[in-house]
Design a protein around this ligand. Structure first.
Ligand SMILES: Cc1cc2nc3c(=O)[nH]c(=O)nc-3n(C[C@H](O)[C@H](O)[C@H](O)COP(=O)(O)OP(=O)(O)OC[C@H]3O[C@@H](n4cnc5c(N)ncnc54)[C@H](O)[C@@H]3O)c2cc1C
Length: 473
């Protein structure tokens, strides 16, 4: 999760490509034995086919290993990427009886979808007020109404397919100062005008019912938000898709697409897929396999750590209502309790998608500043992942030809957006293009500076927004 107000200053790279040396190696989750208690995993992003050593991978529901593609096949629809965007598209299409194959270079949920903060946040990274100023009232209203569907899609999938992913209600935006509180009040009013009536403003006293720290002056509770185990959601969606006849090939990296502007043929190392429609859902990890998309987004890394399980008393002393929290700064903290009462604490952003050397060293001071009682608590897992930042912070959907579609750029707020986009893409593929066309019309801009100059821009950008947070601007 990242707010990353980076409209002007950015950076680039191809990101950490899922598996630049991706010959299939061991096909296991590659996670540590937790029986010894506080076993700290110093983690960087896995540049290979197994899940990063996250708490989520360690607590994943059993899942089969799907075979890599080994020969040429054909399908109505081929989807690249088994994250939430790809899986939501795939499941919606399978529900409509389409023959769909999903190609994933690593494992189902390997990317941002299986390693994120698990927070169901309504809205995109770009605030609706900013969207309104930049793109007009009609676009803001369209996004405001559409985006509430993402959480509905998630809840429907969980209910319809009985997905065990620790779903819990409540999401809270926390404010450090009165200026941020006023912004939350304005946000509540704007959302209300778009039909969202689930927000409640909290003052310094009432916020203590949800998060107990002296640092916040108030916040806004979203009763239709919530949190869950994201990797188990992805695995459950993949299983549901397969039950409906869908096929997932893991360890299958798409290295090229022929005829992208007409009849796409998807090229992998050991087989081709001929398809009527192609949907590209590789997001921050797509890298240069589809060069037409690489200038559209910037990979940005953000980090999460999981403490050892907290006692009931300690958990109550932090998050009594079990809501998930994100603060409203540009470079924000986001945190929640897991089902076994670990504090999952996220934050930090590194433009360009590089991992910090020591995730815990980066995150721990922020956690202890909020909750001094956690000074001696152990950290069992710490990991990093990439989200795709778009220049306007509005996600993008579009076409590279009549039969090739793409969706990307949720800018750190994509758990709901990716599920919504899957639904909109599936509708478009079956001929209902109303919502798709409106998303396509929202202008996008390439990141300035090209491959060469994005890095220095991003460093300046990161410093500038950190400075604004520190002085409360
Ligand atoms: C650490 C972290 C914390 C976050 N926390 C939150 C949060 O709490 N709430 C929130 O709303 N959002 C959060 N986000 C953002 C959210 O997770 C993403 O926006 C969302 O998961 C994007 O889903 P996706 O399917 O588009 O991309 P991904 O989940 O990244 O999936 C893309 C998949 O495509 C595969 N792929 C890429 N290229 C190829 C190729 N050439 N061939 C085959 N496969 C390929 C990758 O291996 C990957 O599995 C967070 C992101 C991160 C990294």
């Amino acid at each position: 999760m990242g707010r990353c107000a980076i409209d002007r200053v950015n950076q680039p790279t191809d990101g950490n490509i899922a598996d630049s040396d991706s010959r299939p190696r061991a096909l296991s989750h590659n996670v540590p034995d937790m029986s010894s208690g506080s076993l700290k995993q110093s983690v960087t992003q896995t540049l290979g086919p197994n899940h990063t050593s996250s708490y989520y991978a360690a607590s994943a529901n059993p899942t089969p290993e799907r075979p890599a593609l080994q020969h040429d096949i054909s399908a109505d629809v081929c989807i690249v990427g088994a994250g939430f965007t790809g899986l939501s598209t795939a499941l919606h299409l399978a529900e409509l009886g389409q023959s769909v194959v999903v190609l994933e270079s690593a494992r189902v949920g390997w990317g941002a979808s299986g390693r994120n903060g698990g927070q169901i946040v309504n809205g995109f990274n770009a605030g609706l007020d900013g969207v309104k100023k930049r793109f007009g009232e009609q676009t803001a209203r369209f996004l405001g109404e559409q985006v509430q569907d993402g959480a509905r899609v998630i809840r429907r999938f969980i209910a319809d397919y009985n997905i065990q992913c620790d779903l819990k209600p409540l999401n809270l935006y926390a404010a450090f100062n009165t200026r941020q509180m006023q912004a939350l009040r304005d946000k509540q009013a704007l959302w209300k005008s778009y039909g969202m009536d689930d927000h409640e403003i909290l003052d310094a006293h009432t916020i203590q019912d949800h998060v107990r720290t002296e640092r916040y002056v108030g916040g806004m509770l979203d009763r239709s938000g919530g949190h869950l185990h994201p990797l188990n959601l992805a695995l459950g969606e993949a299983a549901a898709f397969e039950k409906l006849g869908g096929i997932v090939h893991e360890q299958t990296r798409v290295i090229n697409v022929d005829n992208i502007d007409n009849d796409p043929v998807v090229i992998t190392e050991n087989g081709k897929v001929r398809c009527e429609k192609l949907v590209l859902c590789g997001n921050a990890y797509l890298g240069s396999s589809v060069p037409e998309l690489s200038a559209r987004v910037l990979p940005v890394s953000t980090q999460v750590m999981a403490t050892e399980p907290l006692s009931d008393d300690l958990a109550q002393s932090i998050l009594p209502s079990d809501a998930c929290i994100e603060d409203v700064r540009y470079i924000l903290d986001y945190y929640r309790l897991s089902a076994d009462k670990r504090l999952l604490f996220g934050g930090g952003t590194v433009y360009g998608g590089k991992d910090p050397a020591d995730v815990e060293a980066k995150l721990r001071p922020n956690m202890e500043a909020l909750f001094p009682q956690l000074k001696s608590i152990g950290v069992d897992y710490a990991w990093s992942g990439n989200f795709a930042l778009s220049f306007t912070r509005v996600p993008q959907m579009g076409q590279l030809g009549p039969n090739t579609f793409h969706a990307m750029g949720y800018s750190g707020h994509g758990v709901t957006g990716s599920h919504l986009f899957g639904k909109v893409l599936a509708d478009a593929l079956r001929g209902d293009t109303d919502a798709f066309n409106q998303f396509v019309q929202i202008p996008w801009r390439p990141f300035p500076g090209g491959q060469r100059f994005r890095a220095p821009y991003s460093t300046v950008g990161s410093w500038w927004y950190g400075f604004k947070d520190r002085v409360g601007l």
